[in-house]
Design a protein around this ligand. Structure first.
Ligand code: NAD
Length: 499
């Protein structure tokens, strides 16, 4: 039977998307756009393009809420009392959120329920930041000279109106990573999700709508680049927190700054994982790296190490285990717990991925397997069989540009220093990996790699530890205290006891 996601959509009672502005669900503007499911290319529902009018209304509401209070000035205990039930409501709705996320972007339901992009993790992130509220402290300073009686202290105050713009691939997690800390610090938020994946966020917004958050503190606008640009350039916005492609990130950096907006930019990557001959288990390294490109979001994750730098002596063994891994990949109905892989999000991105596979071949990389499309009933979806390129030179485009699809490039190396040089020879610096049993080596290499975060013998992110990029992967950190700093301004107060 042909795959269809429409029965799940109907069972979940999905309705056309709406905007949430100043404490009320609303529709502004006549323009609407369809959200299409990547496994079947069925239209799931439609959303309002908020455009300039919607953004103006949402920013005005957020501005009023921030400038007039009470949220921005609320005592810590009260703000915490309002955020804590939101945490519980997200946990209670985690199954529904997971199903909506799978309906959004085709991520297999087992990952949407049980991985680091799950509804449960969104609850964990809100829980983590609710816990910070009464710990957002400043400092006091020792008296600098005894000729005066001046005393200095700092306070951390909310930045103001935050524009949060999120991508399609982890809509639930990226929503939480921005909204939870921004609210915890007392800011007002206008969030714009990706136009490719807005359903789970309608549910999360509904949870906030039903909370005791004052009107205007959280607002949701939907739409594509036009709405995103209206929001990121709006003079009523104090900070833009953006997660998405480097191209859009660079555009925001050049257009958002009129009023000195603060920026957090979480952008793309072309991360390297170094597999040394002393790794305890080449099989695990190969399966992890190939698995990140072939299962889960099929390489459509910013932090995926898509360059496998493998010591020449173990390339054959690595490739053997990588080939074995792809045999376990299962395409199909994203709501079938046995499905393990996500289709490419859109037809446009599908063409782009297939284009890169052609480019790799023409550049002289050897395509060992994959890169083609499955037929039969899967032909209706945007599936691509995971591709493994070997004999890749780091100067090739497939090794330098973010493909954002199921493509792993194996680059051989002979010496540790050479591997570090190749890893660092990239305009990106988001994440990375090191596979070795020698922890002295691991530490040395981790320190030498120019990247925002790095995993030794595996990689994952947690709500309480920071992640983010350097170079073209952006700046700012999400996770833990580092994010509190992103959503607060430091104010220094001087007390003159001579007066
Ligand atoms: P994208 O840049 O196409 O879109 C991201 C968001 O920006 C969407 O909401 C989109 O509507 C909006 N947008 C588009 N044009 C805009 C404009 N001119 N002004 C303002 N907003 C605009 O990215 P995507 O395809 O949704 O996501 C994939 C990209 O995101 C990849 O590059 C990936 O590496 C990156 N990503 C990074 C992280 C991270 O934490 N570093 C996490 C997830 C994804």
């Amino acid at each position: 039977m042909a795959i269809t996601v429409l029965p799940v959509r109907d069972r979940l009672g999905v309705r056309p998307g709406r905007l949430f502005i100043n404490g009320a669900w609303t529709d502004i503007g006549d323009a609407r756009y369809d959200q299409i499911h990547p496994s079947t290319n069925e239209i799931v529902t439609d959303f309002a393009e908020a455009g300039k009018a919607g953004v103006d209304a949402a920013v005005a509401a957020a501005r009023r809420a921030f400038d007039d209070g009470p949220w921005s000035r609320m005592a810590a205990r009260e703000r915490k009392r309002i955020l804590q039930p939101i945490v519980e409501a997200i946990y209670a709705a985690q199954e529904e959120i997971a199903h909506l996320q799978t309906l959004d972007n085709g991520i297999p339901i087992s990952f949407s329920v049980g991985s680091r992009v799950s509804g449960r993790v969104a609850g964990d992130i809100f829980d983590h930041y609710a816990g910070w509220i009464d710990k957002v402290t400043g400092e006091t300073f020792p008296q600098y000279t005894d000729t005066t009686n001046l005393h200095y202290m700092t306070f951390r105050e909310p930045v103001g109106v935050v524009a949060a713009i999120t991508p399609w691939n982890g809509p639930v997690m990226t929503f939480a990573m921005k909204v939870a800390p921004a609210l915890a610090c007392g800011n007002s938020v206008v969030l714009k999700p990706s136009e490719l994946a807005g359903l789970a966020i309608q549910k999360l917004a509904d949870i906030l709508a039903q909370s005791e958050l004052p009107p205007g503190v959280f607002n949701l606008v939907t739409g594509g680049p036009v709405t995103g640009e209206a929001l990121s350039t709006h003079p009523g916005v104090d900070k833009v927190s953006f997660t998405g492609s480097p191209m859009v990130g660079e555009k925001i950096m050049s257009t958002a700054g009129g009023n000195m907006k603060r920026l957090t930019l979480e952008l793309g990557g072309k991360s390297a994982a170094l597999v040394f001959p002393d790794t305890r288990d080449v099989r695990t390294a190969a399966r992890n790296l190939m698995g990140l490109c072939s299962t889960f979001l099929s390489g459509q994750v910013c932090s995926t190490p898509t360059r496998a730098l493998v010591h020449r002596s173990i390339v054959d063994e690595f490739v053997h285990h990588a080939s074995e891994q792809v045999r376990d990949v299962k395409f199909g109905d994203p709501f079938d717990p046995a499905t393990t892989s996500t289709p490419i999000i859109s037809k446009r991105q599908l063409d782009r991925v297939l284009g890169y596979i052609d480019i790799g071949r023409k550049e002289g990389a050897r395509l060992l397997f994959g890169g083609d499309r499955p037929g039969g009933e899967l032909a209706i979806g945007n599936w691509v069989n995971a591709a493994l390129f070997v004999d890749v030179d780091n100067r090739m485009r497939v090794a330098r540009e973010e493909i954002f699809g199921p493509v792993l490039c194996v680059i051989p190396f002979d010496e540790e220093a050479e591997a570090i040089r190749i890893a660092n020879d990239s305009e990106y610096g988001l994440s990375g990996g090191i596979y070795t049993a020698d922890l002295t080596r691991a530490f040395r290499v981790a320190k030498a790699m120019r990247t925002g975060s790095i995993g030794i013998n595996g990689y994952s992110v947690m709500p309480n530890s920071p992640a983010g990029g350097i170079k073209r992967s952006g700046f700012g950190r999400e996770g833990g205290w580092a994010t509190i700093e992103e959503y607060t301004e430091l104010k220094t107060v001087m007390l003159n006891l001579d007066a």
